[in-house]
Design a binder for this molecule. Structure first.
Ligand SMILES: Nc1ncnc2c1ncn2[C@@H]1O[C@H](COP(=O)(O)OP(=O)(O)OP(=O)(O)O)[C@@H](O)[C@H]1O
Ligand SMILES: [Mg+2]
Length: 393
């Protein structure tokens, strides 16, 4: 045997993990650490290096509301199995009493209604998005700090042994599942680190947060506040079963601006995809985007507030315009802002555009297009096939 002394590079990741990494970065703004942790665990799974008899990964996501915790889990499911609906979400607050736990695991045989209950966490439900190629499940336990003791015990069994025993004693195997748990614990403390009332540097911290450029020491304090709040609330027994605790950063103005771009694209794709709406193209001017950002910025509520502003100022009026046929298939609609009236304005710039022209317009909008599972803009023939007179050309 010839001895080699070839240096290897353990920082390189495989193609599939690279693909997931790139995919998540297209959909999620500013939560790099969380993305890295998911990709690392996925890479371990692909290499067959994850521990046997346990879930593929147990993640605890902490951080303020509207910072992308749930969206990241949905995006991971979309990226890996092509469908955000593959995420099974359990709202822990809804399972406080024993009859509610029965909804989760079914009731024992002999109990009234035993046959009618279909447990939410059965093997069939877990495996429903498995394909020949990829057999993965994504389970999200939301707001775990609200879980009852009975739910905690179930959760500990899943995290430790990848098994859940149903009411009728059947066993559910979670060894091909990624388990995500979320909690807002520590969010208040994080808020006061970012918005201190007093003290040297308060204005500077606020400015850096808004511009999305937190310095390392503040970012470190935020992480620490999250992890400490979790350690105070949860038992060591639980914390020891977690592979990765990730503290999501509160989003600043710069990140909200990027999310606005993503959300406008998602809305445009929805307009192209849903059979209920007639496909048309809209363009949003810079002043209109600034207005949406002003209306949608509340650093406490993160992107949730922004999404509400988009609904209020764009989606609702647009729905009215569609319902009253002021917007029709093949239209090009310009969305602008009128500073005197302090409101968004809608005008028609073109009509009867052929489908290919609309597709080109959307693709060249310059905004990053997240690849949605449904393959949005590629469906030109379907648009024409729906028999829209204006688009059939
Ligand atoms: N970092 C982000 N990147 C892209 N979009 C985001 C991000 N954060 C939030 N959003 C958008 O805001 C919406 C709400 O965010 P999400 O549901 O992920 O919040 P959350 O952190 O789970 O909050 P909560 O603690 O209230 O459940 C998402 O559906 C997504 O559209
Ligand atoms: Mg959530």
């Amino acid at each position: 045997m010839v001895r080699l002394n070839r240096k290897l590079d353990p920082t390189r990741t495989g193609q599939e993990a690279e693909k997931l990494h790139a995919d998540l970065h297209k959909r999620i703004v500013g939560q790099d650490e969380a993305i890295d942790q998911i990709v690392n665990i996925y890479q371990m799974y692909l290499a067959g290096m994850n521990g046997p008899g346990r879930p593929i990964g147990n993640f605890l996501f902490l951080g303020p509301t509207g910072s992308g915790k749930t969206r990241l889990v949905e995006s991971t499911a979309e990226g890996l199995v092509g469908d955000a609906r593959a995420m099974i979400k359990i709202d822990c607050a809804e399972f406080q009493h024993s009859h509610e736990i029965a909804k989760l695991i079914g009731s024992p045989p002999g109990y009234l209604g035993h046959r009618e209950t279909h447990p939410l966490l059965s093997q069939e439900v877990l495996n429903q998005y498995h394909s020949e190629k990829i057999k993965l499940s994504f389970v999200l336990f939301d707001e775990i700090e609200k879980a009852s003791d009975a739910l905690w015990n179930l959760l500990l069994g899943i995290l430790d042994k990848a098994t859940l025993t149903l009411g009728d004693n059947r066993r559910v195997d979670f060894s091909r599942a990624l388990i995500f748990m979320t909690s807002n614990l520590g969010a208040t403390e994080m808020g006061s680190i970012l918005r201190p009332n007093l003290g040297f540097g308060a204005a500077e911290i606020a400015r850096r947060h808004e511009s999305g450029q937190l310095d390392e020491s503040t970012a470190g304090k935020i992480s620490k506040a999250g992890v400490e709040a979790a350690r105070r609330k949860f038992t060591p027994e639980f914390m020891n079963r977690i592979d990765k605790v990730v503290v999501f950063k509160p989003l600043g103005q710069a990140e909200l601006r990027q999310i606005l771009g993503l959300e406008l694209n998602i809305l445009q794709q929805r307009v192209f995809n849903t059979s209920a709406t007639t496909p048309f193209v809209f363009s949003v001017t810079e002043p209109a985007k600034e207005f949406l950002l002003r209306e949608g910025t509340d650093l406490k509520y993160g992107a949730r507030h922004l999404k509400r502003a988009i609904d209020r100022a764009l989606v609702h009026p647009m729905s009215n315009l569609i319902a009253t046929q002021q917007i029709r298939g093949g239209d090009l609609i310009k969305v602008d802002f009128d500073p005197d009236a302090n409101e968004m304005t809608f005008s028609k710039e073109a009509e009867d555009m052929p489908a290919y022209a609309m597709v080109q317009m959307v693709e060249s909008s310059g905004l990053p297009m997240p690849q949605l599972s449904t393959g949005a803009v590629v469906e030109v023939p379907k648009i024409a096939a729906r028999g829209r007179r204006t688009l059939a050309s």
